[in-house]
Design a protein around this ligand. Structure first.
Ligand SMILES: Cc1cc2nc3c(=O)[nH]c(=O)nc-3n(C[C@H](O)[C@H](O)[C@H](O)COP(=O)(O)O)c2cc1C
Length: 387
C-alpha cells in the first residue's frame, strides 16, 4: 500500500484505477483550460505570515456554514456522475462526509438518487439544483429534496449552457459507457472499478431516469443538458425557486460583485464564489482572485463561500483569511473516491484537515473562525487593476 501524504497522491492512484473517460471528465476545464489552471496556481501567489512564540494548544477548526455546525469549513461540492468514478460513489462520499462532520452536497446529475442517499445516511445532506425547462419536474425535484430532509438547497447559476470540454467529446462520455472497442480496451485494465460496477444497479442518472417525462436517451450528459436545462433562468426565477424551497438557499457560481449584490437582493442565505472548477467560462478569473472584490461588495451582509481550485488545507486557510466563511472541494474528494472509495474520501478530508490545522498553528492562530487577512501577504494587484 503506498504512503499517501497529500491530495496529489490520491489523484495519481485515481488516474490508474478509474476509466479514462471518467478521469478525463473530472480532470479537465473548458477550452484552453486557462481558468482551470489558474484556479490552483493563483493560490500559490498568496503567501503566509509565519508567527512564533504563540501558545498553540487547544486549536479548533470547528465552525458553521449556513448555521450548521461543521468540523471544518469544508463541504463536499456537488459533482455530477460521482457514482461513475466508483460504484455507489455518492453514497460513499456522503457517508465519509457524515462521519467527518462536514456537509455533503448531492448533484441533480448524480447516479445515486436523492432517496437512495437519504436511505443510506443519517445526517441531512444538501441538494444542488439545476433548473430545467420542465417546471413540473423541477417542482417535484424540490419536493423530493424536502421529503429527504435536505437541510440546504444549492442553486447553481453558472451552467444553463454547457462549457465545452474537448476530452469529453473525444471520449464519447456517457453513462453507462458505450461499448466501443477503445472504451472496452480501457475498461479491461480497470478490474477494480468493473467489479464494483457489476455489483451495483446504480449506473444511470438516479434523479432523472424514471422521474422526468419523455426521457428517451439519458446516457449523454451533453445532450441532456443542451435539451433540458433552462436557458431562461433569471433572478425572478431564482426568487421563485427560493420561495418553493422555503429553506436555506445557497447560490452557486457567483464570480462578479454585481451578481453578488443581486444574490443579496433575492435573499440568498449564502453565495458560493465559483467558476465551476474552470469548467464553464474559460478566461474568467480564478475564484480566489475574484473573492476580494466580492467581499468588498457584500462580505458584511451575506455569508460568502468559495470553491474552485482547493487542493490543500493551506488553500482552505487562504480562502478563509480573505473572508470566506466556508469552502467546498470538488476534485479533491473525487480523487480520493476514485482511488479508494469511501476510505479515500475520508483520507482527502483528513489530509485537508491536518494541513489546515498545522498551517493555522504555524501562522500563530488557534481558531479557524478568527482567521483574517493579517495571516496573509497578498501581492499588490492580486485582485486585478482593470481598465
Ligand atoms: C466532475 C465534475 C462534475 C461536476 N458536476 C457539478 C454538478 O453537477 N453541479 C454543480 O453545481 N457543480 C458541479 N461541478 C462543480 C463543482 O461543484 C465545484 O464547483 C468544482 O468542482 C470546484 O472546483 P475544484 O474541483 O477545483 O474543487 C462539477 C465539478 C466536477 C469536477
Amino acid at each position: 500500500m503506498p504512503v499517501i501524504t497529500n491530495i496529489e497522491d490520491l489523484r495519481r492512484i485515481y488516474k490508474r484505477r478509474a476509466p479514462k473517460m471518467f478521469y478525463d471528465y473530472a480532470e479537465s476545464g473548458s477550452w484552453t483550460e486557462q481558468t482551470f489552471r489558474e484556479n490552483t496556481s493563483d493560490f500559490e501567489k498568496l503567501y503566509l505570515r509565519q508567527r512564533v512564540a504563540v501558545d498553540m494548544e487547544g486549536r479548533s477548526t470547528a465552525s458553521q456554514m449556513v448555521g450548521q455546525d461543521v468540523a471544518m469549513p469544508v463541504a463536499l461540492a456537488p459533482v455530477g456522475m460521482t457514482g461513475m468514478q466508483c460504484a455507489d460513489g455518492e453514497i460513499k462520499a456522503a457517508r465519509a462526509a457524515e462521519k467527518f462532520g462536514v456537509p455533503f452536497t448531492l448533484s441533480t446529475m448524480s447516479i445515486c438518487s436523492i432517496e437512495d442517499v437519504a436511505e443510506h445516511t443519517t445526517a441531512p445532506f444538501w441538494f444542488q439544483l439545476y433548473v430545467m425547462r420542465d417546471e413540473d419536474y423541477v417542482a417535484r425535484l424540490i419536493q423530493r429534496a424536502k421529503d429527504a430532509k435536505c437541510s440546504a438547497m444549492v442553486l447553481t447559476l453558472d451552467l444553463q449552457i454547457l462549457g465545452q470540454r474537448h476530452k469529453d467529446l473525444k471520449n464519447g462520455l456517457s453513462t453507462p459507457p458505450k461499448p466501443t472497442p477503445k472504451t472496452l480496451l480501457n475498461l479491461s485494465t480497470k478490474w477494480r472499478w468493473g467489479m464494483g460496477m457489476l455489483g451495483t444497479k446504480r449506473r444511470q442518472f438516479g434523479n432523472i431516469v424514471g422521474h422526468a417525462n419523455d426521457v428517451a436517451d439519458m446516457s449523454s450528459l451533453m445532450d441532456w443538458t443542451a435539451k433540458q436545462f433552462d436557458p431562461q433562468l433569471d433572478w425572478e426565477k431564482v426568487k421563485e425557486y427560493k420561495r418553493q424551497w422555503g429553506g436555506k438557499m445557497i447560490l452557486k457560481g457567483i464570480l462578479d460583485a454585481e451578481d453578488a449584490k443581486m444574490a443579496l437582493q433575492v435573499g440568498a442565505d449564502a453565495i458560493i464564489v465559483s467558476n465551476h472548477g474552470g469548467r464553464q467560462l474559460d478566461g474568467a478569473l480564478s475564484a480566489i482572485r475574484a473573492l476580494p472584490a466580492i467581499m468588498d461588495a457584500v462580505g458584511d451582509k451575506i455569508e460568502v463561500h468559495l470553491d474552485s481550485g482547493i487542493r490543500s488545507g493551506q488553500d482552505v486557510l487562504k480562502a478563509l483569511a480573505l473572508g470566506a466563511k466556508g469552502t467546498y472541494i470538488g476534485r479533491a474528494f473525487v480523487y480520493g473516491l476514485g482511488a479508494m472509495g469511501e476510505e479515500g474520501v475520508t483520507k482527502s478530508l483528513e489530509i485537508l484537515h491536518r494541513e489546515l490545522d498545522i498551517t493555522m498553528a504555524l501562522c500563530g492562530r488557534k481558531d479557524v473562525r478568527d482567521l483574517d487577512r493579517d495571516v496573509l501577504l497578498v501581492p499588490k494587484g492580486f485582485s486585478g487593476d482593470w481598465e
